[in-house]
Ligand binder design. Structure first.
Ligand SMILES: Nc1ncnc2c1ncn2[C@@H]1O[C@H](COP(=O)(O)OP(=O)(O)OP(=O)(O)O)[C@@H](O)[C@H]1O
Ligand SMILES: [Mg+2]
Length: 272
């Protein structure tokens, strides 16, 4: 099970996020970004955060810790925005928390360089989870202590929005041409054997077991939360085996590598 914490102080809404997550302090003295169960994105966004985030971390990528976050709207009565109040009131009980990285900066591909091996690993991972939400317009990566951290996997695993057609949808190509790391010459096929070998049935069982039953019950077409977990496992195992053959990386003008002078300048800046 994910570690569980209880919110004790609502700090502020993060208005830049489409689902308006909140920064909330918890009883373990930690501060978390809370994705609320009452948000319009629905519980499947939380399921995707857990499966993708926990999978990514086990594949050696940096993902802040995820926790079960018990939230009582009473602690946020001081929030003046009525729409946000409605969201908080609809989110009493179990929510998803992500460790807040204080002082982190949004990733900017023009000022931060990622080495091609790391870029390849991230692109392969995003292909595995079908993540269309890590473009250069909206990178969903943070730079913290000079490292890149992956956040916001709520829009991944998109095929789970329609299980009857999930297999067919999952077999489609993954277009990485808009990916935030496209300019760092990723070669996902080169890292695929090493990455795919780690996606074992045991690993998928461990990761899917972390999804709370509450977010899987009563899924149409399934008898139990474990049946839904099995469907996630089956799809991810199949994708791990061959997704590298379906990744397209056609580059648009914006993703051309930066000119040499800019690269040198950026590297000098990062080295300081
Ligand atoms: N763990 C974190 N530590 C610090 N800041 C964070 C963290 N997670 C998210 N943020 C900040 O909050 C913003 C919104 O978070 P996130 O992208 O997860 O929310 P969202 O509602 O899913 O957004 P989107 O509009 O991209 O779908 C991020 O862009 C980032 O600035
Ligand atoms: Mg985001």
């Amino acid at each position: 099970m994910l570690r569980e914490v209880t919110g004790i102080r609502y700090v502020t809404p993060l208005r830049e996020g489409g689902s308006v997550p909140g920064v909330v302090e918890a009883d373990d003295l930690g501060t978390y970004v809370v994705k609320f169960s009452g948000a319009a994105q629905g519980r499947k966004a939380l399921v995707a955060e857990v499966i993708a985030g926990e999978l990514g971390r086990r594949l050696g990528l940096r993902v802040p810790e995820l926790v079960r976050f018990d939230f009582d709207p009473v602690i946020a009565l001081g929030e003046p925005d009525e729409e946000i109040q409605d969201l908080l009131k609809a989110s009493g009980g179990l929510n998803l928390g992500m460790d807040f990285l204080p002082g982190s900066l949004g990733f900017d591909p023009l000022v931060f360089t990622v080495d091609p091996v790391e870029a390849s690993r991230v692109v392969w991972f995003d292909a595995l989870i079908g993540n269309v939400d890590r473009s250069w317009r909206n990178p969903n990566m943070l730079v913290w202590h000079r490292d890149v951290w992956l956040i916001d996997h709520g829009a991944s695993l998109i095929w789970h929005h329609n299980w009857p057609s999930a297999k067919a949808a999952s077999a489609k190509p993954y277009d990485a041409s808009d990916h935030a790391l496209a300019r760092f010459s990723p070669e996902p096929a080169a890292v695929a054997p090493q990455m795919a070998a780690q996606v074992t049935p045991e690993l998928l069982a461990e990761v899917t077991a972390l999804v709370p039953d509450e977010w899987l019950v009563d899924e149409p077409g399934f008898g139990s939360p474990d049946d839904v977990r099995a469907a996630y496992r089956e799809l991810l195992a199949a994708r791990a085996a061959d997704i590298h053959t379906r990744i397209t990386t056609g580059r648009s003008r914006e993703q051309q590598p930066p000119p040499e002078w800019l690269r040198t300048w950026v590297e000098g800046k990062n080295a300081r």
